[in-house]
Design a binder for this molecule. Structure first.
Ligand code: COA
Length: 201
């Protein structure tokens, strides 16, 4: 039976494995998101109460991770990575995780969620693009993957702002990622169409 739980320690490695499978070769040859999860758990912005797993008979098949971000001077929430084991995709598991995430973020009193994510996926949850809401990154750029969802009515009205994620999102080191891969079953790296992400040095 499928259920959504808050992440607990006993599932850490299984959840990272699931994230690795979800992202492997999707945006770059290999991936770094499983290492991001590991690093994120010890970053000050990480919110353990906003980390959810989808379990199928005790087996992790999906995961989502939340952290505090800044919107101008407000503390808001972002999520990522969100991943579903490829064998379990297209069954509504991603949707269940995002819905649970939104519900809990609202309960915690946060006024908005801002993410960078697949632009085609998130509008179904109410996310709107940055052009409409007036969101930019700290270097002043806007792009379709940058999206926001207000949890407090009117949060984005006349409130253009700069979105800043936790530094852990930008500080992954290529050698550390490679080293971390040795704790996981070997997977083949492939160069595939649609990969746009560059690994950091
Ligand atoms: C994105 C992801 C989490 C969705 O999980 P999921 O459980 O398959 O999602 P759901 O079953 O709730 O929804 C599936 C629908 O989402 C949409 N969708 C999913 N991934 C998409 C993508 N990359 N681009 C566009 N639409 C997408 C499609 O409409 C799909 O409909 P379909 O099943 O009729 O094809 C999953 O595909 C995944 O882990 N992808 C690899 C990692 C990733 O890209 N994570 C998100 C980064 S922002």
């Amino acid at each position: 039976m499928l259920r959504i739980i808050k992440e607990t320690k006993e599932y850490y490695h299984q959840a990272e494995k699931c994230i690795q499978k979800a992202f492997w070769n999707v945006y770059m040859p290999g991936c770094e998101e499983h290492y991001l999860v590991y690093k994120m758990r010890s970053s000050p912005e990480y919110v353990s109460n906003l980390s959810f797993l989808a379990l199928d008979d005790g087996y992790v098949v999906g995961a989502i991770y939340g952290s505090v971000a800044k919107y101008n001077s407000d503390d808001i929430i972002t999520f990522g990575p969100l991943g579903v084991d490829p064998k379990y995709q297209h069954q509504g598991i991603g949707e269940m995780l995002v819905q649970e995430f939104i519900k809990e973020t609202k309960k915690m009193g946060y006024k908005a969620i801002v993410i960078t994510g697949v632009p085609e996926y998130y509008p179904r949850f109410g996310f709107q693009n940055c052009y409409k809401l007036g969101i930019t990154t700290d270097d002043g750029t806007q792009f379709p993957a940058l999206m926001g969802l207000e949890l407090e009515k009117g949060f984005f009205d006349n409130n253009p702002g700069v979105f800043q994620e936790a530094s852990v999102f930008f500080s992954l080191n290529r050698n550390e990622v490679e080293k971390y891969n040795s704790f996981f079953p070997p997977l083949e790296k492939k160069i595939l169409p649609g990969q746009w992400k560059k690994q950091k040095k």
